[in-house]
Write a new protein. Structure first.
Length: 182
């Protein structure tokens, strides 16, 4: 429709009308682009908010897992203390000594919940997160402290000695939720 009007104005050499039609087209294109940009900004804002909520849920799961690991390792430490006390007593119960010595060599691990973070990084959407969140999350996910703890405990001389004396068919921890590793 506009093209037909422009052609008519050119044939009649109505330059003012041509300028007005041209201005309408330019303004229409500008407004259309601006609206598309605003919609994209709103979509990015919604996506950033959704990412932040998902990260928050992941971090809450991690916090719960770390608390469970602290409780688990506290029980293992009690096994260490009981073993030490039983070793100090020459008349201690041999079965209790074996049970506690073995308990003192147990490990547990829970991987960090990082699926959301990996998705954000792989899609290059870190800029959509609220200010400071990307940096803080990057620092958090850079180091798996539970894995470092597990690796350190796995290399324990005590654990190796106990597990050589009292082996178990599977001394490798799995990624299952909080199970005793024997």
């Amino acid at each position: 429709m506009i093209l037909r009007r422009v052609i008519q104005h050119v044939r009649k050499q109505e330059w003012t009308a041509i300028a007005i039609d041209f201005a309408i087209v330019v303004i229409g294109v500008f407004v259309g682009i601006q609206v598309a940009n605003w919609n994209q900004e709103l979509a990015d804002e919604r996506l950033g908010h959704a990412y932040a909520l998902r990260l928050q849920a992941d971090l809450k799961r991690d916090l719960l897992a770390r608390r469970e690991l602290v409780d688990y390792h506290a029980a293992v430490l009690r096994g260490v203390e009981r073993t030490d006390a039983l070793l100090a007593n020459p008349r201690s119960d041999a079965k209790a000594l074996v049970v506690n010595a073995y308990r003192a060599s147990e490990l547990n691990y829970r991987a960090t919940s990082r699926a959301t973070w990996d998705e954000i990084v792989s899609s290059a959407d870190t800029g959509l997160l609220p200010p400071g969140v990307a940096r803080s999350a990057g620092e958090y996910f850079a180091i798996d402290s539970a894995r470092l703890t597990l690796d350190g405990l796995t290399q324990s001389g005590y654990r190796h000695r106990v597990r050589m004396i009292i082996p178990h068919r599977s001394d490798r921890p799995t990624h299952l939720p909080m199970q005793a590793r024997r």
